[in-house]
Design a protein around this ligand. Structure first.
Ligand code: AP5
Length: 207
Protein backbone atom coordinates (compact mmCIF):
# COMPACT_ATOMS: atom_id res chain seq x y z
CA UNK A 1 0.00 0.00 0.00
CA UNK A 2 1.30 3.48 -0.90
CA UNK A 3 0.23 6.02 1.70
CA UNK A 4 0.55 9.79 2.08
CA UNK A 5 0.42 11.45 5.49
CA UNK A 6 -0.97 14.97 5.19
CA UNK A 7 -1.52 17.41 8.02
CA UNK A 8 -0.10 20.57 9.55
CA UNK A 9 3.35 20.70 11.20
CA UNK A 10 3.24 18.86 14.50
CA UNK A 11 0.04 16.93 13.75
CA UNK A 12 1.93 13.70 14.45
CA UNK A 13 2.77 12.55 10.91
CA UNK A 14 6.24 11.32 11.89
CA UNK A 15 5.02 9.72 15.12
CA UNK A 16 2.22 7.80 13.38
CA UNK A 17 4.39 6.86 10.38
CA UNK A 18 7.06 5.39 12.70
CA UNK A 19 4.42 3.21 14.39
CA UNK A 20 2.95 2.13 11.07
CA UNK A 21 6.39 1.20 9.72
CA UNK A 22 6.69 -1.37 12.51
CA UNK A 23 3.16 -2.67 11.87
CA UNK A 24 3.21 -2.87 8.06
CA UNK A 25 6.94 -3.34 7.40
CA UNK A 26 7.03 -0.60 4.75
CA UNK A 27 9.42 2.38 4.87
CA UNK A 28 8.60 5.87 6.13
CA UNK A 29 9.86 8.43 3.66
CA UNK A 30 10.13 11.78 5.41
CA UNK A 31 11.30 14.65 3.21
CA UNK A 32 11.97 16.68 6.38
CA UNK A 33 14.33 13.95 7.70
CA UNK A 34 16.02 13.63 4.31
CA UNK A 35 16.58 17.39 4.05
CA UNK A 36 17.92 17.64 7.64
CA UNK A 37 20.33 14.75 6.91
CA UNK A 38 21.52 16.52 3.74
CA UNK A 39 22.01 19.71 5.79
CA UNK A 40 24.07 17.85 8.43
CA UNK A 41 26.22 16.28 5.71
CA UNK A 42 26.63 19.62 3.89
CA UNK A 43 25.60 18.22 0.48
CA UNK A 44 24.53 20.51 -2.39
CA UNK A 45 20.86 19.77 -1.61
CA UNK A 46 21.47 20.41 2.09
CA UNK A 47 23.12 23.77 1.46
CA UNK A 48 20.27 24.79 -0.84
CA UNK A 49 17.58 23.66 1.65
CA UNK A 50 19.05 25.18 4.84
CA UNK A 51 17.63 28.72 4.66
CA UNK A 52 14.13 27.47 3.80
CA UNK A 53 14.01 24.77 6.48
CA UNK A 54 15.37 26.99 9.26
CA UNK A 55 12.89 29.80 8.54
CA UNK A 56 9.91 27.45 8.15
CA UNK A 57 9.46 28.12 4.42
CA UNK A 58 9.19 25.43 1.75
CA UNK A 59 12.19 24.13 -0.17
CA UNK A 60 11.68 24.63 -3.96
CA UNK A 61 9.48 21.96 -5.55
CA UNK A 62 12.10 20.73 -8.03
CA UNK A 63 14.63 19.99 -5.25
CA UNK A 64 12.18 17.94 -3.16
CA UNK A 65 10.60 16.16 -6.13
CA UNK A 66 14.06 15.00 -7.27
CA UNK A 67 14.94 13.44 -3.89
CA UNK A 68 11.56 11.70 -3.59
CA UNK A 69 11.69 10.33 -7.13
CA UNK A 70 15.15 8.88 -6.44
CA UNK A 71 14.09 7.42 -3.06
CA UNK A 72 10.95 5.73 -4.42
CA UNK A 73 13.05 3.93 -7.02
CA UNK A 74 14.90 2.03 -4.24
CA UNK A 75 14.20 -1.66 -3.65
CA UNK A 76 12.59 -1.32 -0.22
CA UNK A 77 9.72 0.73 -1.74
CA UNK A 78 8.60 -2.09 -4.05
CA UNK A 79 5.97 -3.41 -1.59
CA UNK A 80 4.67 -0.04 -0.46
CA UNK A 81 5.73 3.10 1.43
CA UNK A 82 4.51 6.00 3.52
CA UNK A 83 5.23 9.56 2.41
CA UNK A 84 5.55 11.86 5.42
CA UNK A 85 5.73 15.57 4.52
CA UNK A 86 5.46 15.09 0.76
CA UNK A 87 3.70 16.33 -1.30
CA UNK A 88 3.32 19.77 0.24
CA UNK A 89 2.11 21.79 -2.74
CA UNK A 90 -0.31 21.01 -5.55
CA UNK A 91 2.53 21.06 -8.15
CA UNK A 92 4.40 18.44 -6.03
CA UNK A 93 1.24 16.25 -5.97
CA UNK A 94 0.77 16.59 -9.72
CA UNK A 95 4.38 15.63 -10.35
CA UNK A 96 4.17 12.68 -7.91
CA UNK A 97 1.16 11.34 -9.83
CA UNK A 98 3.40 11.00 -12.89
CA UNK A 99 5.78 8.51 -11.23
CA UNK A 100 3.80 6.92 -8.36
CA UNK A 101 0.39 5.44 -7.65
CA UNK A 102 -1.05 6.54 -4.30
CA UNK A 103 -3.72 4.36 -2.63
CA UNK A 104 -4.70 6.58 0.28
CA UNK A 105 -4.00 10.05 1.70
CA UNK A 106 -4.48 10.29 5.47
CA UNK A 107 -5.05 13.84 6.72
CA UNK A 108 -4.14 14.25 10.41
CA UNK A 109 -6.29 17.09 11.72
CA UNK A 110 -5.36 19.21 14.76
CA UNK A 111 -6.09 22.77 16.07
CA UNK A 112 -3.24 25.35 16.02
CA UNK A 113 -2.96 25.82 19.82
CA UNK A 114 -2.29 22.10 20.35
CA UNK A 115 0.28 22.19 17.53
CA UNK A 116 2.29 24.99 19.16
CA UNK A 117 2.30 23.11 22.49
CA UNK A 118 3.43 19.86 20.84
CA UNK A 119 6.17 21.38 18.69
CA UNK A 120 7.67 23.70 21.28
CA UNK A 121 8.06 20.64 23.57
CA UNK A 122 9.38 18.28 20.89
CA UNK A 123 12.81 16.67 21.29
CA UNK A 124 14.39 14.48 18.63
CA UNK A 125 17.18 11.91 18.73
CA UNK A 126 20.05 12.58 16.30
CA UNK A 127 21.09 8.92 16.70
CA UNK A 128 17.96 6.85 15.97
CA UNK A 129 15.56 9.59 14.77
CA UNK A 130 12.97 8.87 17.50
CA UNK A 131 10.67 11.77 18.46
CA UNK A 132 9.46 12.64 21.96
CA UNK A 133 7.59 15.35 23.82
CA UNK A 134 9.25 16.73 26.98
CA UNK A 135 6.21 15.53 28.96
CA UNK A 136 7.29 11.92 28.19
CA UNK A 137 10.90 12.34 29.31
CA UNK A 138 10.65 12.97 33.07
CA UNK A 139 13.29 15.73 32.88
CA UNK A 140 15.89 13.56 31.12
CA UNK A 141 17.67 14.76 27.95
CA UNK A 142 18.70 11.23 26.85
CA UNK A 143 16.94 9.13 24.23
CA UNK A 144 15.07 6.29 26.00
CA UNK A 145 15.67 4.15 22.89
CA UNK A 146 19.45 4.54 22.29
CA UNK A 147 20.84 6.84 25.02
CA UNK A 148 21.94 9.72 22.69
CA UNK A 149 21.48 13.29 23.92
CA UNK A 150 18.22 14.63 22.52
CA UNK A 151 18.11 17.92 20.61
CA UNK A 152 15.50 20.57 19.78
CA UNK A 153 14.96 21.28 16.08
CA UNK A 154 15.92 24.84 15.03
CA UNK A 155 12.52 25.30 13.39
CA UNK A 156 10.68 24.46 16.64
CA UNK A 157 10.94 27.99 18.07
CA UNK A 158 7.51 29.59 18.57
CA UNK A 159 8.10 32.27 15.88
CA UNK A 160 9.13 29.71 13.26
CA UNK A 161 6.26 27.38 14.22
CA UNK A 162 3.81 30.27 13.51
CA UNK A 163 5.43 30.80 10.11
CA UNK A 164 5.22 27.07 9.33
CA UNK A 165 1.50 27.13 10.15
CA UNK A 166 0.98 30.11 7.84
CA UNK A 167 2.90 28.38 5.04
CA UNK A 168 0.84 25.23 5.66
CA UNK A 169 -2.48 27.12 5.29
CA UNK A 170 -1.35 28.91 2.13
CA UNK A 171 0.47 26.14 0.27
CA UNK A 172 -0.29 22.71 1.71
CA UNK A 173 -3.92 22.81 2.93
CA UNK A 174 -5.20 22.87 -0.72
CA UNK A 175 -3.97 19.26 -0.98
CA UNK A 176 -6.86 18.17 1.24
CA UNK A 177 -9.31 19.13 -1.53
CA UNK A 178 -6.95 17.78 -4.19
CA UNK A 179 -6.99 14.26 -2.68
CA UNK A 180 -10.68 14.50 -1.77
CA UNK A 181 -11.30 15.09 -5.47
CA UNK A 182 -9.35 11.90 -6.25
CA UNK A 183 -11.58 9.97 -3.81
CA UNK A 184 -8.68 8.72 -1.66
CA UNK A 185 -8.77 11.13 1.32
CA UNK A 186 -9.30 9.90 4.91
CA UNK A 187 -9.49 12.58 7.62
CA UNK A 188 -8.34 11.51 11.10
CA UNK A 189 -8.84 13.89 14.08
CA UNK A 190 -5.61 13.66 16.10
CA UNK A 191 -6.33 15.34 19.45
CA UNK A 192 -6.12 12.01 21.36
CA UNK A 193 -3.11 10.16 22.74
CA UNK A 194 -0.54 8.65 20.36
CA UNK A 195 -2.13 5.22 20.86
CA UNK A 196 -5.70 6.49 20.35
CA UNK A 197 -4.65 8.29 17.18
CA UNK A 198 -2.84 5.19 15.92
CA UNK A 199 -6.04 3.14 16.32
CA UNK A 200 -7.91 5.78 14.27
CA UNK A 201 -5.21 5.80 11.58
CA UNK A 202 -5.38 2.00 11.24
CA UNK A 203 -9.19 2.15 11.04
CA UNK A 204 -8.95 4.80 8.30
CA UNK A 205 -6.55 2.60 6.31
CA UNK A 206 -8.86 -0.41 6.60
CA UNK A 207 -11.89 1.58 5.37
P1 AP5 B 1 9.03 18.25 8.31
O1 AP5 B 1 10.11 17.61 9.07
O2 AP5 B 1 8.19 17.43 7.39
O3 AP5 B 1 8.15 19.06 9.34
P2 AP5 B 1 6.57 19.25 9.50
O4 AP5 B 1 5.66 18.87 8.39
O5 AP5 B 1 6.50 20.66 9.93
O6 AP5 B 1 6.18 18.19 10.43
P3 AP5 B 1 6.81 17.91 11.80
O7 AP5 B 1 7.94 16.94 11.62
O8 AP5 B 1 7.15 19.20 12.49
O9 AP5 B 1 5.61 17.30 12.58
P4 AP5 B 1 4.91 15.89 12.54
O10 AP5 B 1 3.53 16.06 11.98
O11 AP5 B 1 5.77 14.84 11.92
O12 AP5 B 1 4.75 15.67 14.09
P5 AP5 B 1 5.56 14.72 15.10
O13 AP5 B 1 5.14 13.30 14.89
O14 AP5 B 1 7.01 15.01 15.08
O15 AP5 B 1 9.61 19.45 7.42
C1 AP5 B 1 10.53 20.39 7.94
C2 AP5 B 1 10.87 21.41 6.88
O16 AP5 B 1 11.48 20.74 5.73
C3 AP5 B 1 9.70 22.18 6.27
O17 AP5 B 1 9.34 23.30 7.07
C4 AP5 B 1 10.28 22.58 4.90
O18 AP5 B 1 11.16 23.65 5.01
C5 AP5 B 1 11.07 21.35 4.51
N1 AP5 B 1 10.28 20.37 3.73
C6 AP5 B 1 9.96 19.10 4.11
N2 AP5 B 1 9.22 18.51 3.16
C7 AP5 B 1 9.07 19.42 2.16
C8 AP5 B 1 8.37 19.41 0.92
N3 AP5 B 1 7.69 18.33 0.51
N4 AP5 B 1 8.42 20.51 0.15
C9 AP5 B 1 9.11 21.61 0.54
N5 AP5 B 1 9.78 21.69 1.71
C10 AP5 B 1 9.75 20.61 2.51
O19 AP5 B 1 4.91 15.21 16.48
C11 AP5 B 1 5.16 16.52 16.98
C12 AP5 B 1 5.34 16.50 18.51
O20 AP5 B 1 4.10 16.10 19.12
C13 AP5 B 1 6.38 15.48 19.02
O21 AP5 B 1 7.01 16.02 20.15
C14 AP5 B 1 5.54 14.25 19.41
O22 AP5 B 1 6.18 13.49 20.42
C15 AP5 B 1 4.27 14.93 19.92
N6 AP5 B 1 3.07 14.13 19.71
C16 AP5 B 1 2.72 13.42 18.59
N7 AP5 B 1 1.51 12.85 18.75
C17 AP5 B 1 1.08 13.24 20.00
C18 AP5 B 1 -0.10 13.00 20.76
N8 AP5 B 1 -1.09 12.26 20.26
N9 AP5 B 1 -0.20 13.55 21.98
C19 AP5 B 1 0.78 14.32 22.49
N10 AP5 B 1 1.95 14.59 21.84
C20 AP5 B 1 2.08 14.05 20.60
Amino acid sequence: MNIIFLGPPGAGKGTQAQLLTKELGIPQISTGDMLRKAMREGTKTGLEAKRYVESGGLVPDEVVIAIVRERLAEDDCKNGYMLDGFPRTVPQAEELAKFAHIDVAVDLDLPDDVIVHRLSGRRVCPGCNATYHISQLGGSDKCPNCGETLIQRKDDSEETIRNRLKVYQEQTAPLVDYYKGKGILRVVPCTGTVEENFALVKKALEA
